[in-house]
Write a protein that binds this ligand. Sequence first.
Ligand SMILES: O=c1[nH]c(=O)c2ncn([C@@H]3O[C@H](COP(=O)(O)OP(=O)(O)OP(=O)(O)O)[C@@H](O)[C@H]3O)c2[nH]1
Ligand SMILES: [Mg+2]
Length: 203
Amino acid sequence: MMKILIATKNEGKVKEFQSMFEDLGHEILSLTDIEGSPDVEETGTTFEENAILKAETISQQMNIPVIADDSGLEIDALEGKPGVYSARYAGLQKSDEDNMSKVLAELQNVPDTQRSARFVCALAFAMPNKKTIVVNGECEGKILREKRGSKGFGYDPIFYVPHLNRSMAELAKEEKNKISHRAVALKKLKNLINEEDLLWEKP
Ligand SMILES: O=c1[nH]c(=O)c2ncn([C@@H]3O[C@H](COP(=O)(O)OP(=O)(O)OP(=O)(O)O)[C@@H](O)[C@H]3O)c2[nH]1
Ligand SMILES: [Mg+2]
C-alpha cells in the first residue's frame, strides 16, 4: 500500500486529512505513527512560514514527500489573535478548553456585530530536492458567546458558520470537510500536484 505523510501530531487534523483523502485509497500517516519523530519548533511569524518549516524539516529528515498544516483562528476584535499562537494561546500546556475560555473571556464585552473571525490554514508540500509548494485556505465566521456542539477539535465549538446557522462543532465531518479552511487549502493543493508526487513506499 502507498502512503502519504502529514507532518502533524494533532489527532483532529489527522482525522480530517484521512477523511479528505479517503477517495484516493491510500494510507495517511502522521508523526504519531513514526517513532522518535521530532517536535519541530514553530518559530515563524506566519502560518506559511511554520507550515514550510514543519514540512521541510520532516521531508529532509526522512527523505520522503511530506505535507504540513499550520492553522489557527484570527479574531478581528483581537487584532488577529490568537493567530499563529492558536494552539498555545492559554499557555504551552495546550488545552482546547483553556484556549476557548480565554477567547470567550476576552470577547465578553464585544457586541455581536463585532465578533467576526476566520479560520486560516497554510499547507506546505515539501519534496526531497524539489521546490516546496504552499497554499492557503480561509473560512469566515463569528465567535459565539458559549460553546455549541461536540464534533471537530480546537475552537470549533465557539466558531459559528453563518451560512449553515451552526457552530463548526455541530457540523457532520463531511460538512466541515467541504467548507473548512483546511478543505479549501487542500483542494488547491490537489489541483496543483500530481497524486503520485505524494506517495512513497517503505523501502
Ligand atoms: O476549532 C478549530 N478547528 C480547526 O479546524 C482548526 N485548525 C486549527 N485550529 C486551531 O489552531 C491550532 C493549530 O496550531 P498548529 O497548526 O500549530 O497545530 P498543532 O500544534 O495543534 O499541531 P501540529 O500540526 O503543529 O503538530 C490548533 O491546535 C487549534 O487550536 C483549529 N481549531
Ligand atoms: Mg503546532
